[in-house]
Ligand binder design. Sequence first.
Ligand code: ADP
Ligand code: ZN
Length: 435
Amino acid sequence: MERRYYQPEIETMPPEKLRELQSERLVKQVRHVYENVPYYRKKMEEKGVTPDDIKGLEDLPKLPFLSKADLRDAYPYGLLAKPLSDCVRIHSTSGTTGKRVVAFYTQHDIDLWEDCCARAITAAGGTKDDVVQVCYGYGLFTGGPGLNGGSHKVGSLTLPMSSGNTERQIQFMMDLGSTILCCTPSYAAYIGESLKERGYKPEDNKLKAGIFGAEPWTEEMRRDIEKSLGIKAYDIYGLTETSGPGVAFECEEQAGMHINEDHFIAEIIDPDTGEVLPEGSKGELVFTSITKEAFPLLRYRTRDICVLSRKKCSCGRTHVRMSKPMGRSDDMLIIRGVNVFPSQIETVLLNEGYTSNYQIEVDRVNNSDTLDIYVELPPEKFSDTVREISQKEKSLAAAITTMLGIKPVVHLAAPKSLTRSEGKAVRVVDRRKLV
Ligand code: ADP
Ligand code: ZN
């Protein structure tokens, strides 16, 4: 099989050499942060650690964790490790789970970030002959600018579409022969649906691959998108705090995302105790950025729950792989005492032949939690008799009950009646928080 690397010497570096590189960079980074970020120095002092205690990777657990709350606390300049005059850009989180956080970049930081995105595009088969349509949002959101920069580095023809205006997306895709699509998986699903509505078959477009991320999506959704667009769909992961998309990306194996370990050290911890867990355990992903200058984070708790694997990958890359995040620790809903991840519901829906157009509504009535799931009927399942619909609702509710252990109320809605997302989809409305 053809080998697709953007920076082969780094991406296939022997594991021992990679560990050495990480150790070396970690030691330097800790000193940089300690000397330039009073907020961080204080946290280290509180834990009784100085840069002299950090001699290599094995000393990482000595460092304190940094949380999103710290970032909000230090907003806006408290974690800046370079003079503002050395910074050239800021980005900010989408604010999915609260107040936005801002991150700063030097030109060097932008450069390394774009390299990471270029690795992802190359792994998805991108070359200078490709036409890359970027319909992640541009602006403060990192999705658009990150993939845009990566695509430039690869030398592909880049279409900086940004999100929205689906009509224009489709027109450009068809007229200019886009070969790689970059957007959120929910928007990819919507584009697929819109193409079908306009009478296009999957083979009518020139797309060969999609690079989808920024929000959780299931394997079932991947298969749906691959079918509707006639492509191979690759996952990409990242967060603003660690630069943006491209922290990890899938190779042709499509079995976990390689974390760019020359830039990030990954750990999995028990979210309750903070204890570092052995390889293969499910837990919260923690990142230490060892090359970022302006906004380096040491042991940053992402709140994303996943598993790391060091199993050898047939693509030849040596960097550790992370599983798809199974939702954030704060995405998890506790309904009637039971832990529920939206991804579990999505899996059932797609297995039962429904689409990824759904919304989960949680409320509390008479001190008891209610779970309502609104699901769109695909056109081929749409029937007019109330009896048939109510039968379908019951059987879907039963399948979800088996998965979750609690019973939802399922409401089937007419095709196209739920709002589509052009960026990150809003899957959950939790009304309990409003009271
Ligand atoms: P916000 O926290 O406001 O959404 P970001 O836009 O920086 O800020 O989003 C980062 C988060 O998006 C990650 O922590 C993760 O929860 C989610 N995410 C990003 N990529 C993926 C992906 N491929 N699969 C699942 N979740 C993802
Ligand atoms: Zn691989």
